[in-house]
Design a protein around this ligand. Structure first.
Ligand SMILES: *[C@@H]1O[C@H](CO)[C@@H](O)[C@H](O)[C@H]1NC(C)=O
Ligand SMILES: *[C@@H]1O[C@H](CO)[C@@H](O)[C@H](O)[C@H]1NC(C)=O
Ligand SMILES: *[C@@H]1O[C@H](CO)[C@@H](O)[C@H](O)[C@H]1NC(C)=O
Ligand SMILES: *[C@@H]1O[C@H](CO)[C@@H](O)[C@H](O)[C@H]1NC(C)=O
Ligand SMILES: *[C@@H]1O[C@H](CO)[C@@H](O)[C@H](O)[C@H]1NC(C)=O
Length: 434
């Protein structure tokens, strides 16, 4: 009996032990299971997870796995820029070398870029003063005025990415200063800034820039070797056979504003004339152009300049009626005729050697212009007639898309000529660190 009782007690004990054991084993298993579950990496790359796909999860009812959320986030980032702002949608076109890069970089520039303007100099002479905003050097005046009106100016030199040397060659010329004296005045001014402020010496001028649209161009900086070699020179005459340094310096578009007539575009049926040019024969290429084509019945080339001021805008209206507007260089490679052609919707035919075209590193000029060498002048008609109607329509449509980049405004407007020049400066500032 006693033994039986003991046996019973023992068996009870055993079963109790057994339960505890079972319980602990169960606990262990579930803990292990749970911890394995929670230790699972958020992004399992095994083929056993078919949810890891870049498709948006709209068609399936399974709850999104971390992997899927990750993938979907990633996809949204990649697609960013296409659907967040309607206004910028037309930027995603192939007139840009890298549309998405341009858009993202541009936005970063708008957020961060800061420029310090040296405050020195008597504003009544050549310093600081905005030039008038008309005439063939209007781009210079617009830049001087726009930068003061813009969000990019900072009064704090410690915040600045770049330093602007505000001396106007256009204004000097207006006061009758000779080219030689311009160079000396620029030199004296820059030397005074170098002596007074610590900023120039940190980089020997590499984070400084100078702007002129005047024909004197890069020559105005010749008195300061580091201004030639290191600083960024923004000029309307970017010919790289006479001292302009591509990639370092910047081509400023020459725009003669205000335009007499509204912008052209989507008016192909009215463009019945193949080619047009009228102007002074003040360069070798213009003399040849006139000599070879003046009597041609299809190319409308006249060696007599039609004044812009001729009544009823005879000169400007020609741009509306023409498919291709010939833009040979004058005393310099550049010509305000290029911006005129763009504005009036006439495909510009660039006829200059060694011309670093404005915004060349951002815009694909071959999508909206015909870029030729001076020697091509003899084949001009053959080349233009060889461009199919479809190609012409495509050039014309692209031209309308880039019109905004060749127009100045006051105050400046996003993507206009001022913003594009500022963007060129932004691209260059990345290279310079002190
Ligand atoms: C150039 O500068 C010199 C010396 O200051 C002056 O005598 C001369 O009149 C100036 N010439 C012009 C055209 O500005
Ligand atoms: C910058 O360097 C030049 C040449 O070494 C020197 O004459 C000038 O005083 C320096 N500027 C400053 C602000 O120290
Ligand atoms: C074509 O020219 C005519 C006459 O100048 C003008 O009335 C018309 O609006 C032009 N068409 C387009 C699409 O601009
Ligand atoms: C164009 O016509 C004018 C007048 O008939 C003539 O004098 C000139 O030599 C012609 N030019 C060419 C290139 O044929
Ligand atoms: C005409 O166009 C075709 C194709 O667009 C090109 O291959 C050819 O070289 C062109 N000819 C001339 C004379 O420009």
């Amino acid at each position: 009996m006693i033994a039986g009782k003991q046996q019973l007690q023992q068996s009870q004990l055993f079963s109790l032990k057994g339960s505890i054991l079972t319980l602990s084993i169960l606990t262990l298993i579930s803990f292990t299971y749970l911890s394995f579950k929670s230790l699972r990496p958020p992004l399992p790359l095994s083929p056993a997870t078919p949810q890891l796909t870049l498709l948006p999860f709209t068609t399936t009812s399974t709850p999104p796995s971390p992997a899927r959320i990750f993938a979907s986030k990633k996809e949204n980032n990649v697609g960013e820029g296409e659907d967040d702002n309607d206004e910028d949608d037309d930027l995603i076109t192939d007139v840009y070398h890298s549309p998405k890069l341009f858009k993202l970089n541009f936005e970063e520039m708008e957020r961060k870029f800061k420029i310090y303007i040296y405050p020195d100099g008597d504003p009544k002479t050549f310093y600081q003063t905005p030039r008038k905003l008309t005439g063939k050097y209007a781009s210079e005046g617009y830049f001087f005025q726009n930068i003061r009106e813009s969000r990019f100016r900072t009064e704090n030199p410690h915040q600045a990415h770049l330093f602007f040397i505000p001396i106007s060659c256009h204004k000097m010329r207006g006061k009758g200063t000779s080219y030689e004296n311009m160079t000396i005045i620029v030199q004296d001014y820059v030397d005074s800034l170098i002596a007074k402020y610590p900023y120039w010496n940190r980089t020997l001028g590499a984070d400084h820039f100078f702007v002129t649209c005047h024909d004197v161009g890069v020559r105005a900086t010749e008195g300061v070797p580091f201004l030639v070699k290191n600083a960024i020179r923004v000029v309307c005459s970017p010919s790289y056979d006479v001292g302009f340094i591509p990639h370092k310096d910047i081509a400023l578009p020459q725009v003669l504003q205000p335009f007499a007539l509204p912008a052209g575009g989507n008016d192909i049926e009215n463009r019945t004339s193949l080619g047009f040019w009228a102007g002074h024969r003040n360069s070798k290429i213009r003399v040849i152009l006139a000599r070879v084509w003046e009597n041609d019945t299809e190319l409308d080339i006249s060696n007599n300049r039609i004044s812009r001021a001729t009544g009823h805008f005879v000169y400007q209206k020609r741009f509306y009626r023409t498919k291709f507007c010939i833009c040979p260089g004058g005393s310099q490679v550049n010509s305000a005729r290029i911006a005129d052609s763009i504005h009036y919707g006439c495909v510009p035919v660039i006829l200059s050697n060694y011309y670093d075209l404005p915004f060349n590193d951002i815009l694909d000029w071959r999508k909206f212009a015909v870029v030729l060498r001076e020697n091509d002048v003899y084949d001009l008609k053959k080349i233009l007639k060889n461009i199919s109607h479809d190609e012409f329509v495509s050039l014309h449509k692209n031209l309308v898309k880039i019109q905004k980049h060749f127009q100045w405004n006051s105050p400046p407007i996003k993507f206009d000529a001022f913003y594009m020049v500022i963007y060129e400066l932004w691209l260059r500032h990345h290279v310079i660190k002190y």
